[in-house]
Design a protein around this ligand. Structure first.
Ligand code: HEC
Length: 664
């Protein structure tokens, strides 16, 4: 019997997104389209761990009647899944440490242990007691000085037999860390295999980079999770862009295996096949989510396939064994970059069918605000593949998708794939990195090394990139943070102690002094930050919908239905209920005919739709936005739906609770 069948029998939610196929499907049938409107809160657990800027993105797992989940401070809690009563909690933070914004999307379960990512660790807990029984250090075994690496584990990997297969988050600017995919033997804690996503000499793809890239560059990492075909022993691993994301003069070539879906032998890490979605990415088009392992029909016969959605709003479908595309693809010539030193690929590939699930080109007639229309006329906007430029290039759908980390859900009976998406334009602009070598003002070092994320005006783009206008932490703490990095911020020890001290003093309101700067200097361009194309009232500068939910038939590539997802409460009160909004977190689909999704940033709702028609059947307003994927399980004859309410996206209020629903 395969794991899917076991999963279904157990009526549990034993791994991230319900199972290694990553389809978020529940066979439970107690809650139906006829009675879903009667759903009531069964229990609520408040961790109390929310703080300004926090998020809680965890899709909880339920094993033997116990729910395991993480809180905004990344404590792990074990709750009685019938009552929400806490059995134990584990706190990985140093006692008294200030809350630090981190992300965690879920935990893993293996032979009585709960495993989860915290900083560069995979921490292993006894599932019964919550006591730590060991940890794996993801900084080790990457072939570089671990002290100099920034590595974070945010999304669960997959477990095949006794191998934990995992990726990790790296910095998106240089210096960065290698994105090797690793398998750890959980019995010994040792690395069983590594797959080099920046190939070493002699490995396939090595010639798609400058020679020493594998020693010096980074990224091309898997941060979005994976899917596992247990029967075939194949793991499907989506990767992100190479660092630096937006200017690749020092990484000439297609850059395999960045922006690639890798089909690897789960036992050995050997590559079976691969497909690269973006050659030489300069748009930050990371593959944002694990693919879904599906079975579709072609010529009346079942075909095992793997479906991958992208930030650009496209759906690709491949034969699971061969990697052959099951929908027609078209290769086209794309415009070259006119930025000094940059050489982008001459051709890129997109599917002809299905149609994109998000709009592709921002044009003046889609921009209602006259001031924004004017702004649009000064930047480049012509759909996908327009290279970053000094005057600005519209990225639409934006840096966060299109498709996002919540990923798609799939109904094996109807072969409908459900995709929620954002339709937010962003503007990408390259700016020169001033020479940052030798002696420079602290502000110059800042402009060359830090402004790409924290912006030239130090305002950042919270909550992703914090404002540095008022840095109040003690100097020693700030110096340490600048040297070693944190989360998506790389470490800057290579600037030298003098520069780190000078920067810290200046950021804390001190003088803009000359510092000796040992920077590797390097890249000529950075960006002026992550800028959304918003109108004066803060709404997306494009005509709605701003967020959507689509049902796509994978047999035909046709849309069964598509609706706006989410509301701005103040606009809805004026009758504008169909705008859709940005949304983060995935859907789940049930055999009984329902599609559940929260995800919407502003209205904080969780909703149930008729899976065949897209008709809204139930909604409930959560205490904070449910920017996470729900889970579904049955216990003592009762079916439960549970969702984490963590908020915090787009400056929305934060929360730290889990809410379970059931019929009365
Ligand atoms: C690639 C993007 C990026 C770059 C480049 C970057 N940072 Fe950061 N920085 C971040 C992120 C993300 C955080 C939040 C880290 C976290 O808590 O996970 C952060 C946090 C910080 C903080 C803590 C802010 C607070 O209030 O807690 C300081 C100080 C800081 N950065 C300084 C710098 C300096 C100085 C540089 C340049 C030498 C720099 N950063 C370059 C992304 C970046």
């Amino acid at each position: 019997m395969d794991l899917l069948a076991l999963t279904l029998l157990a009526q549990a939610w034993p791994s991230y997104h319900g199972g290694p196929e990553n389809i978020k499907y529940s066979t439970l049938t107690q809650i139906t389209p006829a009675n879903v409107a009667q759903l009531k809160v069964a229990w609520r657990f408040d961790s109390g761990d929310e703080f300004e800027g926090s998020e809680q993105q965890c899709n909880p797992i339920i094993v033997d009647g116990v729910m395991f989940a993480t809180t905004p401070k990344l404590r792990v809690v074990a709750l009685d899944a019938a009552t929400g009563a806490q059995k134990w909690a584990f706190d990985p933070n140093k006692p008294g440490a200030k809350p630090f914004k981190r992300r965690n999307r879920g935990v893993m379960y293996w032979r009585g242990q709960v495993l989860f990512g915290f900083e560069h660790w995979i921490i292993r807990l006894d599932a019964k007691t919550g006591q730590e029984v060991g940890r794996l250090n993801l900084k080790e075994g990457l072939g570089r000085d671990p002290e100099r690496l920034t590595v974070n584990a945010t999304t669960p990997g997959v477990i095949y037999q006794d191998l934990l297969i995992t990726g990790h988050l790296t910095s998106e600017d240089l210096p960065s860390s290698p994105g090797d995919i690793r398998a750890y033997d959980l019995k010994t804690g040792k690395i069983a295999w590594s797959f080099h996503t920046i190939p070493h000499p002699g490995e396939v793809g090595h010639d798609t980079w400058p020679a020493d890239s594998w020693k010096l560059l980074g990224g091309a990492n898997n941060w979005a999770g994976m899917a596992l075909d247990v029967k075939r022993g194949i793991v499907y691993v989506p990767t992100g862009s190479a660092a630096f994301d937006f200017y690749g003069a020092n990484r000439k070539g297609d850059n395999l295996f960045a922006n690639t879906l890798l089909a690897l032998d789960a036992k050995t890490g050997k590559r079976r096949w691969h497909f690269q979605f973006v050659k030489h990415d300069v748009w930050d088009r990371d593959l944002p989510t694990a693919p879904s392992l599906v079975t579709v029909r072609r010529n009346g016969k079942p075909v095992d396939a793997v479906a991958q959605i992208t930030k650009s709003g496209h759906l690709f479908l491949f034969n699971r064994e061969t990697g052959e595309s099951l929908f027609p693809l078209a290769e086209r010539d794309v415009p070259p970059s006119d930025v000094d030193g940059e050489v982008t690929a001459a051709k890129q590939v997109l599917p002809v069918k299905p149609e994109a699930f998000a709009r592709q080109r921002l044009t003046a007639d889609m921009v209602p605000d006259p001031a924004l229309k004017e702004k649009l006329s000064k930047v480049r906007s012509n759909g996908q593949w327009i290279p970053p430029s000094l005057e600005g290039t519209v990225i639409f759908p934006g840096f966060d998708g299109g498709g996002e980390w919540g990923g798609a859900s799939f109904d094996p009976e109807t072969r409908l794939l459900y995709v929620n998406a954002n339709e937010m334009p962003w503007v990408l602009r390259l700016v020169p990195r001033p020479k940052a070598r030798g002696i420079a003002l602290a502000s110059e070092v800042y402009a060359s090394q830090c402004a790409g994320c924290h912006r030239a005006d130090r305002k950042g783009t919270p909550p992703e990139f914090p404002s540095l206008e008022k840095v109040t932490r003690p100097a020693a703490e700030v110096e340490k943070l600048i040297s070693t990095g944190a989360g998506r911020m790389p470490g800057y020890a290579q600037l030298g102690e003098d520069a780190v001290k000078g920067l810290t003093a200046w950021l804390k309101g001190g003088e803009d002094a000359l510092v000796r700067n040992a920077a590797i200097g390097g890249l000529k361009y950075s960006t002026d930050g992550y800028n959304k194309f918003l109108d004066a009232n803060g709404y997306p500068g494009v005509a709605p919908p701003w967020g959507t939910l689509s049902a796509i038939n994978l047999d035909t590539g046709d849309y069964a239905w598509k609706i706006p997802l989410g509301e701005f409460p103040e606009l809805a009160a004026q009758g504008r209920k169909d705008t859709g909004t940005e949304n983060y977190g995935g859907s789940i689909v049930t055999k009984s005919g329902l599609l559940f999704i929260a995800a919407t940033n502003h209205d904080k709702k969780i909703r149930a739709f008729d899976k065949l028609s897209g008709k809204l059947l139930w909604e409930y307003t959560l205490p904070a936005a449910g920017n996470a994927t729900p889970a579904m399980y049955q216990l003592n004859g009762k079916q439960y739906l549970v969702i984490g309410a963590g908020g915090g996206k787009s400056k929305a209020p934060t929360g730290g609770s889990y809410i379970a629903f059931a019929l009365p």
